[in-house]
Design a protein around this ligand. Structure first.
Ligand SMILES: *[C@@H]1O[C@H](CO)[C@@H](O)[C@H](O)[C@H]1NC(C)=O
Ligand SMILES: *[C@@H]1O[C@H](CO)[C@@H](O)[C@H](O)[C@H]1NC(C)=O
Ligand SMILES: *[C@@H]1O[C@H](CO)[C@@H](O)[C@H](O)[C@H]1NC(C)=O
Ligand SMILES: *[C@@H]1O[C@H](CO)[C@@H](O)[C@H](O)[C@H]1NC(C)=O
Ligand SMILES: *[C@@H]1O[C@H](CO)[C@@H](O)[C@H](O)[C@H]1NC(C)=O
Ligand SMILES: *[C@@H]1O[C@H](CO)[C@@H](O)[C@H](O)[C@H]1NC(C)=O
Length: 335
C-alpha cells in the first residue's frame, strides 16, 4: 500500500476532486480574550480504538484543566473547544488509507462557516495532514495526535503530540552506536527490519521511515535489509549466512509470539520491539513470557504515552494549549 512520495503526491492530487492549491480565507475566532480550539472530528483515525466520544471527552477535560490553571494564575479568558464533524460526507472507512481528503473537506467547511478557532486539532492520519499542507497555505497552528510519517516533518505550524518517525530513527541510530550499557557493550552497524504489511498506523510510518533509503537510519548503517512477511523473518532466525543479528519489529508482544512460536533461535539474535504507546510493561508484577527472551522492548513511560494522555494533568495537549494562550507557543518543541 506504500507508494513513493512523488507517486503518492500525484495520486493524492487526482484523488481530491476539484482541488488545486487553496488558500483558506479564515476569520479566526481568536480575540478579545476568547480562545477557541477547533477539533476536527474525523472518521479516519490513526487509532482504531478511539471513538469520537472518547476524543470529545478528552478534549473537554483538557480544556477544563487549562481553564483552571489560567484562573489560578489570575488570567481571565474564555477557552472553548468546538467540534467539527464530517456530516454527510462519504468517509465510511475508519483507517487512515481513505483519509486523504477528509481533513481538507473539514477545513473548507470550517472556513466557509467562519468557525476557525485559534488553533486546529487536526487529523491524526499522516495522509490527511500531508494533504492539508500540500494543498493549503496553512498559517495557523495545528496539533496532531499522530501524523507520524516523514512527509509531515518540518511543518512550521504543526505540533505532533506523539513521537514521529523521525524521532524514532534518530533514537535508534544513537542506540545502535552506544557501547557502554550493561546489556550492550559494543556498537551495531547493521539491521534487518521486519515488515509484514499488516501494521498499525504508527508502526506503518515507523517502519516506512526505517525502510526509506534516504532516511537517517538507512544512511548511518553499513547494512540494512527488509524482511517481508513471516517466512523471511523465520528463515533469518537460524540462517548461518545472515548479515545482521539485529531485527527491528514494530507491534505488541503478541506479534513476537506469533512470529517465534517455539522456533529455534540463534543465541546471537536480538529483536528490538518498537511498542511505544503500550503501558502494559509498567504494570505491577509483569513477567516476560519465554518468547520474549531475545527481545528488547522500546517503549515510552506511561506519562509520555498515548494512553489516557489527554486526561492526565500534564498531558501534552493541555500544556500546548496552555502555552499557546500564554503566548509562548513553541511550534517545533515536539519536533
Ligand atoms: C464558549 O464560551 C462561552 C463563554 O463562556 C459560552 O457561552 C459558550 O457556550 C461556549 N461555547 C462552547 C461551544 O463551549
Ligand atoms: C463514520 O462512519 C460511520 C459509518 O459510515 C458512520 O456511522 C459514522 O457516523 C461516521 N462518523 C463520523 C464522525 O463521521
Ligand atoms: C502477517 O500478514 C499475514 C497476512 O498477510 C497475517 O496473516 C499474519 O498474521 C501477519 N503476521 C504478523 C506477525 O503480523
Ligand atoms: C506482586 O508480587 C508481590 C510478591 O510476589 C506480591 O506481594 C504483590 O501482592 C503482587 N502485586 C500484585 C498487584 O499482584
Ligand atoms: C484515565 O484517567 C482518568 C482520570 O485521570 C481515570 O479516572 C481513568 O480511569 C483513566 N482511564 C484509563 C483507561 O486508564
Ligand atoms: C505534573 O507536573 C508537575 C510538575 O511539572 C509534577 O509535580 C506532577 O507530579 C505532575 N503530575 C502528574 C499527574 O504527572
Amino acid at each position: 500500500m506504500m507508494m513513493p512520495p512523488l507517486g503518492l503526491a500525484l495520486w493524492l492530487l487526482l484523488l481530491c476532486p476539484g482541488l488545486m492549491f487553496w488558500k483558506p480565507q479564515v476569520n479566526q475566532n481568536c480575540n478579545n480574550g476568547r480562545y477557541e480550539i477547533s477539533v476536527l472530528m474525523m472518521n479516519n483515525s490513526a487509532f482504531q480504538e478511539s471513538s469520537s466520544d472518547n476524543l470529545k471527552n478528552a478534549v473537554n477535560m483538557g480544556v477544563e484543566i487549562v481553564r483552571q490553571r489560567l484562573i489560578s494564575d489570575g488570567i481571565y479568558v474564555t477557552v472553548n473547544a468546538t467540534f467539527i464533524y464530517s456530516e454527510g460526507m462519504i468517509y465510511k472507512s475508519t483507517d487512515c488509507r481513505s483519509s486523504t481528503c477528509e481533513g481538507l473537506d473539514l477545513l473548507k467547511q470550517i472556513s466557509y462557516e467562519k468557525r476557525m478557532g485559534c488553533v486546529l486539532m487536526g487529523p491524526s492520519c499522516t495522509y490527511a495532514t500531508f494533504q492539508i499542507y500540500l494543498d493549503t497555505d496553512l498559517n495557523y497552528p495545528m496539533i496532531s495526535a499522530g501524523s507520524f510519517g516523514l512527509s509531515c516533518d518540518y511543518k512550521e505550524t504543526l505540533t505532533r503530540l506523539l513521537s514521529p518517525a523521525r524521532k524514532l530513527t534518530y533514537f535508534l541510530v544513537d542506540f545502535w552506536k552506544v557501547d557502554n550499557l550493561p546489556f550492550k557493550t559494543y556498537s551495531w552497524t547493521t539491521a534487518y527490519v521486519f515488515k509484514n504489511g499488516t501494521e498499525s498506523e504508527d508502526c506503518f510510518w515507523y517502519l516506512n521511515a526505517l525502510e526509506a533509503g534516504v532516511s537517517y537510519f538507512s544512511q548511518e548503517l553499513k547494512f540494512k535489509d527488509m524482511l517481508r512477511g513471516e517466512d523471511q523473518f523465520q528463515k533469518i532466525l537460524t540462517d548461518q549466512t545472515r548479515k545482521s543479528n539485529v531485527i527491528v519489529v514494530c507491534g505488541k508482544p503478541n506479534i513476537i509470539a506469533s512470529l517465534m512460536g517455539d522456533r529455534e533461535v540463534s543465541e546471537d539474535i536480538v529483536i528490538i520491539l518498537v511498542d511505544l504507546f503500550n503501558v502494559d510493561y509498567f504494570k505491577d508484577n509483569v513477567t516476560a513470557p519465554d518468547y520474549m527472551k531475545n527481545v528488547l522492548v522500546l517503549t515510552l513511560h506511561p506519562e509520555n504515552s498515548a494512553s489516557n494522555n489527554s486526561l492526565s494533568q500534564n498531558s501534552s495537549l493541555v500544556s500546548i494549549v496552555y502555552r499557546y494562550i500564554y503566548g509562548h507557543y513553541c511550534f517545533l518543541c515536539q519536533g
